[in-house]
Design a binder for this molecule. Sequence first.
Ligand SMILES: [Zn+2]
Length: 280
Amino acid sequence: MARALETLSKPIVAPADKITLLPLGGVGKIGMNNMLIGCDGHWILLDSGVMFPDQRAPGIDLVLPCLEVIDRLEGTFHGVVLTHGHEDHIGSLPFVRMRHDVKVWGTRFTLGLVRARFAEHHLSTDCLNLVTPGERLQLGVFDIGFLRVTHSIPDCVSLAIRTPVGNVLFTGDFKIDPGLPCGTRFDEAGYRAFGQEGVLALMADSTNIQRPGRTVSEATVAEGLKAAIGEAPGRVFIGLFSSNLYRLHSVLAAARATNRKVCLLGRSLHKYLQVAKEWG
Ligand SMILES: [Zn+2]
């Protein structure tokens, strides 16, 4: 027991000759994506999400990763680099920020969502730094490239991380969809170029990736919605994930095409729409 406790309080070192990967959650389950990556005494946290409790945890609002681990990192902890704005990727950021004076890097829409979260916790947003796809960011020994990917929320990127030991590709969540309403395209050329440099470790995350076949494009969903709404004799009720602004776009486009009025219900839906309007 004493030995176990001693191990738990020991500093965590990142040697110079290898890449240290330390997931605080998010591996093998949906939620709480928090991946610490270390090399030569430098550390960054890739995404910082929460998990939502299930029926086994009544009265619990959010499940957070064990952030005490960050206190034990030996060397420099540079901060958090974000791939996209889903709650399971940004939800625990306010709690990281309350414990550590860290910087955060993310794309425009992702940071818009973080700003809203920080405002709820009365936290300053001075630590937030904007990145754009195609840009490179140097944090200690890490040279981080941002590759545009498509997913069910806008403004997502993969992280192409170059280290002295080798390259790491951290995909974040993605779904290769050539039919998004805003015309955003998955950066296939960027992926290919990084692949040709050689990738030591690929950390990929895409729901249902074990299932053969393809997921239909949002463009196909939009067509189906338009047909179904057009044929409906009365009111139509549609449930959707509030963060899926592409789906919301498809619903609004179908309503316009079929001359329908739309009533949006739900606090979260309004919040995402507000951020989308504010951050373009
Ligand atoms: Zn996601």
